[in-house]
Design a protein around this ligand. Sequence first.
Ligand code: AMP
Ligand code: FE
Ligand code: FE
Ligand code: ZN
Length: 289
Amino acid sequence: MADAHLFRGPSDLHLHSNHSDGTESPAEVVRQAAAHGIRTMALTDHDRTSGWAEASAQAAQLGMTFLPGMELSAKHEWRSVHVLGYLFDPADAALRAETERIRGDRIGRAERMVRRIGRDHDLTWDDVVAQTTGDATVGRPHIADALVARGIVRDRAAAFDGILHPREGYYEPHYAPDPLTAVGLITNAGGVAIIAHPVTSGRDRMMPVAFIERLIAAGLGGFEIEHRENTARGKQVLRELAAKHDLITTGSSDYHGAGKPNVPGENTTTDAMVARIIGRASGTAPHYP
Ligand code: AMP
Ligand code: FE
Ligand code: FE
Ligand code: ZN
């Protein structure tokens, strides 16, 4: 078991770089976290781990603790479910195969969405490629940035409320595993699985409690409760569920650089909960300064 006393809070365990849909490099994300007083952070890009090395090196330079992480895409019925994984083995073959499958399907899906949008608006796939860094995990945020660059919408939020919203008819889901599979993959790779923003309002609203209890039986570590998109009522339900099953609870910013108003450190995870994550994981050690 890792020594929990080697890290210092405040801790923010959910931030994105331009290796997925954040707008800043991994090193810049770490510098932004430091500038907001964060001393322990996790980089949790969607479906990939390629930003870890750069973030870790910058964290070490700044005397911060770095927890390798990822936000794995999953799907329950029509709901998009995001499962945060911490301290898993990035070489785990089953987890790697699944993230490659998700990322591959995300590209085809984004291309088809752009083709549909292109019938009604002046937007091409090249516009989206121009907004994407390297082989970042492609998502609707990159299409949103292309729409902004073309002057079709004002910002990402406007794109999500309009053209990218499923009701507009351009939307298409991408492949994602069942949450039971997602939790199992992270856990089998020695990681700790935490459901990200489990109680947002709207179409991605909370999974049924009976299904969440199946996830707990499958090894789920806990819930991200303090997150700006969780509803007040939902947080209460989650707190009760976490107490009943003695689960880990976290709080995080879900920082995306300029892509969202979220600010590093706007929510934090307590030292006791960070220690529980570290103590439970066996796939990768935290990177201490
Ligand atoms: P996708 O996985 O491609 O369907 O896109 C979902 C991603 O879009 C999420 O990971 C969020 O980071 C981002 N997102 C969702 N809603 C918004 C919004 N209103 N403004 C900015 N980004 C958003
Ligand atoms: Fe995102
Ligand atoms: Fe998410
Ligand atoms: Zn996120």
